[in-house]
Design a protein around this ligand. Structure first.
Ligand SMILES: [Zn+2]
Length: 241
């Protein structure tokens, strides 16, 4: 029986199995189809390209296959495949560099823990509870450095209920070190009337392909609004994407 493109007939009518050889290692045989890359599906969907997995060299080459025709008898295949390989190389390089400047975003929440001023230490939970929701965009100029724009609404709850007590505009510079460690220096302009700066140390805990989970310790230093200067510490958890 003739079976799709896997079989053909020679001149004398005998069925011949047409084996697809891997164009990369030349010796592996291709029989298992695998999904095409997203950019092939998106931009080259109209081309009769099929992708196979080579179990010999582990690569996933594309073959040009018209319905009912064999790869070996299709002359156009010889022309388009090198072009495709070039495109693949360019896309691969682009992915590897991940193109800077790059915009990343994050959402987080911060538990202020303690604030020190000349009157002593004040714990967050003592007579009210405040939680802050910093959200921001980082414009990374390189793998190591970027600018950050952050807004941090604070919700304060006490005996009389909960409300948004202030919003902090918190722009700054972010620095990234090896092993997921990082640091940020931010200017602080709070609608409560306080202003100052914040030094933040952070560490990526879980890294996924599209997002990551991190923890940070911010040290806010604040002045103004007829109150004594203060320094605080908090614990921040966030997701970056
Ligand atoms: Zn191969």
């Amino acid at each position: 029986m003739v079976n799709g493109s896997a079989h053909n007939k020679t001149a004398d009518g005998a069925p011949v199995v047409n084996i697809r050889y891997c164009p990369k290692c030349k010796t592996g045989t291709l029989y298992e189809r695998v999904p095409r890359a997203w950019w092939v599906k998106t931009f080259l969907f109209f081309l009769p390209l099929k992708r196979y997995k080579c179990y010999k060299c582990g690569r996933k080459p594309y073959l040009w296959e018209w319905k009912g025709k064999q790869p070996s008898e299709d002359k156009r295949s010889a022309k388009i495949i090198p072009l495709l390989l070039c495109f693949q190389l360019v896309m691969g390089t682009a992915n590897a560099q991940q193109g800077y400047p790059k915009v990343t975003g994050y959402a987080s929440f911060t538990h202020p823990i303690v604030t020190f001023d000349r009157d002593g230490a004040k714990m967050n939970f003592s007579d009210s509870y405040t939680v802050i929701f910093p959200v921001g965009l980082n414009l990374m100029k390189s793998e190591r450095f970027g600018f950050s724009f952050e807004l941090s609404p604070a919700i304060r709850s006490d005996n009389s209920g909960a409300k948004v007590s202030s919003v902090l505009f918190h722009p700054g510079a972010v620095f990234r070190f090896d092993k997921g460690f990082g640091m940020a220096g931010r200017l602080a302009f709070d609608t409560s009337g306080r202003f100052g700066f914040t030094t933040v140390f952070n560490k990526v805990l879980i890294k996924r392909e599209t997002h990551n989970y991190w923890v940070a310790v911010p040290f806010p230093v604040r002045f103004g609004n007829s109150q004594p200067a203060s320094i605080g510490a908090g614990l921040q958890f966030g997701v970056g994407f």
